[in-house]
Design a protein around this ligand. Structure first.
Ligand code: DX5
Ligand code: ZN
Length: 214
């Protein structure tokens, strides 16, 4: 069954505790936290003060998606919150293998993110060391954008690679995920989806999450 990680970016930040508790009670698998620094992406979100408030009320593991320059600095900042996963963009990291080892040494599962243009082959020699690979299906920076279809053949290609090199490595897709594209994601071999606006704009968060857990 596909795991669902609602993105807190689409929550009502005036009622953050209420919304984090709501997605956890509604049966999500992970709580996806988008950290943006205003440099790697043209948007700025939350730091450790707010993420620790999220960690305090979340009853599901955190999945921290870094969209930042200087990944190592941010890994050190968020590691004390004990997230299940920290993912970083390969486009912004000179020494991805070293950073994977560092994240793992902190007791956190390492994941790498690929922007829409980045080929799956870019992780071929890292796959053995990763717990998850996140394929962006929008340009990172904002919630509520539309799904970029080329992620489907890309996920299929990555699925073939991971089955060969590391079947334990999960494939995650983030951006524009809805009940309309979930079946093609499943068919392509995707294991985890991030969904922000679809879950938070739905009349029932429970129904929305269920419709993606296929
Ligand atoms: C975009 C973020 C996503 C985003 C997803 O940079 O990484 O997690 O919040 O939101 P939706 O599902 O609305 O595209
Ligand atoms: Zn994200």
């Amino acid at each position: 069954m596909i795991q669902v990680a609602p993105s807190v970016l689409s929550a009502d930040f005036g009622n953050l505790q209420r919304d984090v508790e709501a997605i956890c009670d509604a049966g999500c698998d992970l709580v996806h936290v988008d950290v943006m620094d205003g440099h790697f992406v043209p948007n700025l979100t939350i730091g450790p003060v707010v993420v620790s408030a999220i960690a305090a009320c979340a009853t599901k593991p955190l999945d921290i998606h870094l969209m930042v320059e200087n990944n190592t600095f941010f890994v050190d900042l968020f590691a004390p919150l004990k997230p299940a996963y920290i993912s970083f963009h390969i486009e912004e990291e000179k020494h991805p293998h070293r950073l994977i080892q560092k994240i793992r040494s902190l007791g956190i599962k390492p994941a790498i993110v690929l922007n829409p243009h980045t080929p799956p082959e870019s992780v071929e020699y890292l796959l053995q060391d990763l717990d998850m690979i996140l394929l962006m299906s929008v340009n990172p920076g904002f919630g509520g954008q539309s799904f970029i279809d080329t992620v489907i053949p890309k996920a299929s290609k990555l699925n073939e690679m991971r089955n060969r090199l590391n079947p334990n490595c999960l494939i995650q897709v983030d951006g524009g995920v809805t009940d309309k594209n979930i079946q093609s994601l499943k068919d392509a071999g995707v294991d985890v989806v991030v969904a922000g606006s679809y879950v938070f704009n739905h009349a029932s968060k429970k129904e929305a999450i269920k419709s993606l857990q296929i």
